[in-house]
Design a binder for this molecule. Structure first.
Ligand SMILES: [Zn+2]
Length: 203
């Protein structure tokens, strides 16, 4: 806890004064240009990664950066995406997976969640990912490749996004782009993929 309190004091002393005008301007409202959907993993910081300021990025985070499709559930993810697209009118949605993702490892090996019923429940909602990977989504040689699995998950989540009519509509009208990223935090590299493409490329 002390580490957090020391961090607040540092923020108030060193960081806030330099951005005082920015924070004051944000009191009148937010106009983020992008929504980033990423994993809860502590090794990812979407603001640090994109060198963004407060007010620039709307964020959804959960274990495995998964998005229920429009028919499956009406949870926090769909509500946040709806607000970002319909009210904030973000121009870009990024689904960002990452190297060494524990959620994807647990999805493929349920024994890892034997004593974590809530995690298992959450990942059960993402069961279609495992089915995809174990059937047609990846070549057999890629199924034990953790990077290939995370990238496939990103592609599937991009497809889930398009099941929301307001997302599909904004894309068709040229007002919204969907992109997938794979963030390799140990090297700082990011690979990207546009919706409909098959391969990731270095950004
Ligand atoms: Zn993760």
């Amino acid at each position: 806890m002390q580490r957090l309190i020391d961090g607040i004091h540092h923020f108030q002393r060193e960081v806030f004064p330099a951005k005082r005008d920015l924070f004051a301007s944000l009191a009148t409202g937010q106009r983020p240009h992008s929504l980033i959907i990423t994993c809860s993993d502590s090794r990812i910081d979407p603001f640090l990664l994109t060198h963004a300021d407060p007010g620039e990025i709307f964020v959804v985070r959960n274990a495995g950066n998964t998005i229920p499709d429009a028919k499956t559930t009406n949870g926090g993810e769909s509500a946040t995406i709806e607000y970002a697209v319909r009210v904030l009118k973000v121009a870009t949605i990024v689904v960002c997976g990452h190297s060494h993702c524990g959620a994807m490892a647990a999805l493929l090996d349920p024994s890892l969640t034997d004593k974590l019923p809530a995690v298992r429940d959450w990942l059960t909602a993402a069961e279609h990912i495992r089915e995809d990977i174990e059937t047609h989504g990846l070549r057999p040689s890629e199924r034990n490749d953790s990077e290939a699995v995370v990238k496939r998950n990103v592609i599937l989540q991009m497809s889930n996004l398009k099941t929301y009519d307001f997302v599909d509509h904004a894309c068709r009208n040229g007002k919204l782009n969907i992109m997938g990223w794979f963030y390799r935090f140990e090297t700082g590299e990011v690979e990207g993929i546009e919706f409909g493409q098959q391969d990731f490329h270095l950004i």
